[in-house]
Design a protein around this ligand. Structure first.
Ligand code: SF4
Length: 717
C-alpha cells in the first residue's frame, strides 16, 4: 500500500528521531527532531500530524536559530535597582531575592500589591503557575484580572452560549471545507497562523466564498473572494451594517431563530441606528460594497466566522465577538457541518477554575489592562511578575512606565533582553519548547497537545512552572500546590495532569494520551469527558471522517455534562446579550492634519513575531511605519526615510515603508520587541495609546501626528 504522505527526513547523519509539537504558535504542528548523540542535527514537520502533514513554517524553523542565538539569556540576572547594571546570579539566589522583596512589599503595602500579569498568549505554565501562586499568596491581582473577559469568566459570548468565548471553536478546521461562506473577521491567519489558512483556502477552492472584513489589506484578504477594508476602529460598525441588511432583506433563518434563540427583537432594535448609508460613511467604505458583502453572506448556507487567533484575539472586543456569533445564528449555521462561530487559539481552560474556592473571593473584580492597573495603583505598585514582553505592548505612555519604575520588585521571565527586562530587577531565563515538557493548552484545532523535553536547556534556563514552584517553596503554602510531591523534572507533567483532571471538559484526558511518542500525533479533541471519546488520527480520519466531538451544539445532542443543547439557563442562545456599547471610535474621521496610529499584529516581519526568535542585532531594531504613498508624499517622505510620529502620550521613531495595503489616513506600525528605548523616546507603538476606559479592552488607536524628519535628525539619540 502506498504511504499517504511523503516521509520527511533529513539528509544529515542522525542516530535517533524524536516526535514533539511546535510551541511557537497555536497551530500546534507536529515535528520530527533528528538527533546525533545529544545534539539536534535537523528538524522537520511530521507527516503524520493532522495539522501540518509534514510542512513546517519559517516561524517554526527559527527555533533552530533561537537555540543557538548568542543573544539568548542563559542565566538569571539580578540588580537591586533598575538604575544599576544587571549581574549574573544563580537561580537559587535569584529566587531568594524575589521572595525577600516580596515579603517586604507585603509588609509595606499588603498582599494586594503583588500582581501576576498574563495575556491570552501567555504560556500554560505561566498561567497555571502564576494563578496558583497568586491564589496561595492571597492577592486578588492574579492572571485572571488581566485576561480579557472573553478569555476567562464572563463576557457577552458566555452569556449567549453558556461557554466562554475562548472555548468557542464550534467547528474544527477539519470541517471547514463544508462551508459555503467563511467570514474571516479582524484577523490574518495567512500571516500569523499559517496552518489555519489551509482549510480556508481548501473551502474556497471547493466553491465557498471567503469574505475578509478587516482594517487593512491583509495576506488573507489577498487570498479571499471578497474583502471589505473598513477604517480602523469601525469593524464592529461594519458588522452591524451587515446584520441590519440581513434583517432588512429577510435573509435570516426564522426557523432556527425560533427553535434555538431568544432576544432576536432586541438585536433588531439595536441595529436601528445602523442604516447602510450611515454605516458606509462611518467605516469609510462604499455602500455598494457593504451591500455586496451582505448579499454574499445572505445567499450562502452554511456560513461561519473565523476570528481571534494567536495575535488577533487580544484586539477583539466583546461587541465584535457577540456580533460575529449573532451573524452565524441569524443564518442558522450553528451545530451543522460548515457552520459555527470559530475562534482560533481556543482553550477549555479558564484560570479562575484553578483557584481554591472559599475564603477570600479572589476571582472577583473587573478585568483590567496592565496600564489601567499601573495607573490606578500609582505609587502603591509593589511587585509585578511578567512573562515575555508585555511592556512593549502596554498602553498608557510615560505615566504607566513611571508607575512601573516605582515598583520595588519587577520580575521578568523571558529569553531575550526586552522592554520588560529593561524595567526588571530580576530576570529568569526560559527554556524553549524543545528543551522542556509542557501542555499546549490553546490551539487552532480544539485539540490539546504535548511537547517533550528533547534537548538539555543551556545554562540555568528553565520553565515558568519551575519558577513558580521554587518561589512557592519560600512560602508556607507550597504544600498545597498542584505539583506537590513531584520531582523537579516531573513538575510540568504533574501540573498538566492536575489541570486536565480538574477541568470537567478534559477529565478523561491524561498527559500520556496526548504524548505524540506514545500515541498518534495530533493530540486529542476536547470536550473529552469519557475515555471512549479519546480518538486519534488514523487512516479512517485521513479519508475525511472526523474524530471526537468535531461539531459542538448539534441538534438532538446535548452539551457535555448538561441536559441541554446550549448550556445556558434556558437552553437557548441569547441574541440580546448585554447592553450594547456605543461606538466611540473614529466615526467622524481624522481632523485635518491628523492621522491615526495603529499598532497592528505583526504580519510581514519575521523578527516581529517575537523577540524570542529574532536573530537581528538590537541596533537594527526599529519601528516600521507603514504609510500609504499619498500620505507619505503629503508629509514629504519616501521609502526608507526615517520619521518621527508623536501624540500626547509620547513619540517613536521609525523607518517609512510605502504600501497601499493601509488606508491613506492611517500610519500602521509594526512593534519591534526588544528595541532599545529611553524615557524620552518610546519605541513601542502601544505605549502611545492612552489607557482604555473600558474594562478588559485595550484602546485600539490614538490620534497622532506624523512629522517628517531628515534621516540624520531622526537617528540622533
Ligand atoms: S505554524 Fe506555528 S506551530 Fe506550525 S511550524 Fe509554524 S510556528 Fe510552529
Amino acid at each position: 500500500m502506498q504511504p499517504l504522505r511523503k516521509a520527511q527526513e533529513t539528509r544529515r547523519a542522525f542516530d535517533r528521531v524524536r516526535r514533539s509539537t511546535c510551541g511557537n504558535c497555536p497551530c500546534g504542528c507536529g515535528v520530527k527532531v533528528f538527533l546525533r548523540g545529544d545534539s539536534m542535527v535537523d528538524i522537520f514537520g511530521d507527516e503524520e500530524h493532522p495539522a501540518n502533514k509534514g510542512s513546517f513554517c519559517p516561524k517554526g524553523l527559527l527555533e533552530y536559530r533561537h537555540l543557538g542565538n548568542p543573544d539568548r539569556l542563559r542565566w538569571p540576572l539580578l540588580r537591586e535597582s533598575v538604575s544599576q547594571p544587571f549581574r549574573r546570579a544563580s537561580w537559587d539566589e535569584a529566587i531568594r531575592f524575589v521572595a525577600a522583596r516580596l515579603r517586604e512589599v507585603e509588609r509595606q503595602w499588603g498582599r494586594d500589591a503583588c500582581s501576576v500579569y498574563a495575556a491570552p498568549a501567555s504560556s500554560f505554565g505561566h498561567l497555571l503557575g502564576g494563578t496558583v501562586f497568586a491564589g496561595g499568596f492571597g492577592t486578588p491581582n492574579g492572571p485572571w484580572r488581566f485576561l480579557p473577559h472573553h478569555r476567562a469568566e464572563g463576557g457577552s459570548v458566555a452569556g449567549m452560549f453558556g461557554v466562554n468565548a475562548a472555548s468557542l471553536l464550534t467547528n474544527t478546521p477539519r470541517d471547514w471545507c463544508n462551508s459555503r461562506c467563511i467570514i474571516v473577521y479582524g484577523c490574518d491567519p495567512a500571516a500569523t497562523d499559517p496552518m489555519a489558512i489551509g482549510p480556508i483556502i481548501d473551502a474556497r477552492d471547493r466553491g465557498a466564498a471567503v469574505v475578509v472584513i478587516d482594517t487593512r489589506t491583509t495576506m488573507t484578504a489577498i487570498k479571499s473572494s471578497y474583502a471589505l477594508r473598513a477604517r480602523p476602529g469601525t469593524l464592529s460598525v461594519a458588522l452591524r451594517g451587515i446584520l441590519r441588511l440581513l434583517f432588512d432583506e429577510e435573509r435570516i433563518d426564522r426557523e432556527f431563530i425560533a427553535e434555538a434563540t431568544d432576544g432576536v427583537q432586541a438585536l433588531r432594535q439595536e441595529l436601528e441606528a445602523y442604516a447602510p448609508g450611515d454605516v458606509a460613511r462611518r467605516c469609510g467604505i462604499a455602500e455598494k460594497d457593504l451591500r455586496k458583502i451582505a448579499d454574499v453572506i445572505g445567499s450562502a448556507y452554511p456560513v461561519q466566522v473565523v476570528t481571534g487567533g494567536w495575535l488577533g484575539m487580544e484586539e477583539m472586543g466583546e461587541d465584535d465577538l457577540r456580533l460575529c456569533a449573532s451573524l452565524v445564528c441569524l443564518r442558522g449555521s450553528i451545530g451543522i457541518p460548515g457552520g459555527g462561530p470559530n475562534l482560533l487559539n481556543a482553550t477549555p481552560f479558564d484560570p479562575s477554575q484553578w483557584l481554591e474556592r472559599g475564603g477570600r473571593a479572589l476571582s472577583g473584580g473587573a478585568a483590567v489592562s496592565l496600564s489601567e492597573a499601573l495607573l490606578a495603583r500609582g505609587s502603591d505598585c509593589g511587585a509585578w511578575f511578567f512573562e515575555g514582553d508585555p511592556v512593549a505592548r502596554m498602553a498608557g505612555g510615560t505615566a504607566a512606565l513611571e508607575a512601573l519604575s516605582a515598583a520595588p520588585l519587577v520580575v521578568a521571565l523571558g529569553s531575550y533582553a526586552s522592554l520588560t527586562t529593561n524595567r526588571a530587577h530580576v530576570v529568569f531565563p526560559m527554556a524553549s519548547w524543545l528543551e522542556s515538557d509542557g501542555l499546549l493548552a490553546a490551539g487552532n484545532g480544539r485539540s490539546l497537545q504535548w511537547h517533550s523535553r528533547i534537548l538539555a536547556p543551556p545554562g540555568e534556563c528553565s520553565t515558568p512552572i519551575d519558577f513558580w514552584a521554587d518561589l512557592a517553596e519560600q512560602f508556607d503554602f507550597a504544600a498545597t500546590l498542584p505539583w506537590r510531591g513531584a520531582q523537579r523534572d516531573e513538575r510540568n507533567r504533574a501540573a498538566a495532569q492536575w489541570a486536565l483532571q480538574r477541568n470537567p471538559l478534559t477529565s478523561a484526558l491524561s498527559v500520556e494520551a496526548l504524548d505524540p511518542e506514545r500515541n498518534p500525533p495530533g493530540g486529542v479533541l476536547w470536550p473529552c469527558v469519557d475515555p471512549a471519546e479519546i480518538a486519534f488520527e488514523d487512516s479512517r480520519y485521513i479519508r475525511g471522517d472526523v474524530r471526537g466531538r468535531n461539531i459542538l451544539f448539534q441538534r438532538n445532542s446535548v452539551y457535555p455534562l448538561t441536559e441541554r443543547r446550549f448550556p445556558t439557563p434556558d437552553g437557548l442562545i441569547s441574541l440580546c446579550g448585554p447592553q450594547p456599547r456605543e461606538f466611540t471610535g473614529t466615526a467622524s474621521g481624522p481632523e485635518s492634519g491628523e492621522l491615526l496610529l495603529v499598532a497592528s499584529v505583526p504580519v510581514d516581519h519575521v523578527e516581529s513575531y517575537s523577540g524570542r526568535i529574532s536573530d537581528r542585532a538590537a541596533a537594527e531594531a526599529f519601528v516600521t511605519l507603514h504609510l500609504h504613498p499619498r500620505t507619505a508624499a503629503a508629509a514629504g517622505l519616501a521609502e526608507g526615510d526615517h520619521a518621527v510620529i508623536e501624540n500626547s502620550q509620547g513619540k517613536l521613531r521609525g523607518r517609512v515603508r510605502l504600501t497601499d495595503t493601509v488606508d491613506p489616513q492611517v500610519v500602521w506600525c509594526i512593534p519591534v520587541p526588544g528595541a532599545a528605548s529611553s524615557d524620552n523616546t518610546l519605541q513601542s507603538p502601544w505605549s502611545l495609546y492612552p489607557p482604555s476606559r473600558e474594562p478588559g479592552v485595550r484602546a485600539a488607536f490614538a490620534r497622532v501626528s506624523l512629522r517628517a524628519f531628515r534621516n540624520s535628525e531622526a537617528l540622533d539619540p
